[in-house]
Design a protein around this ligand. Sequence first.
Ligand code: SF4
Length: 62
Amino acid sequence: VRITVDRSACELHGQCVEREPRVFRFAADGSLEHPAEADESLRDGVADAQFLCPTQAIEVAP
Ligand code: SF4
């Protein structure tokens, strides 16, 4: 699962971090961190995070 986050759209509210902390996390400087690619087993969590993101900043590609 390939993941991209539109930094200009992300408002750092953290719904994605709450839903799938194995993929999304906040760095020490407060910025959002995520791998460019997550394991297939995390697809549901990533899809939920994408759905929950209030600014639709998360893009998921197969
Ligand atoms: S849920 Fe969306 S806006 Fe909030 S931190 Fe995650 S990517 Fe950014």
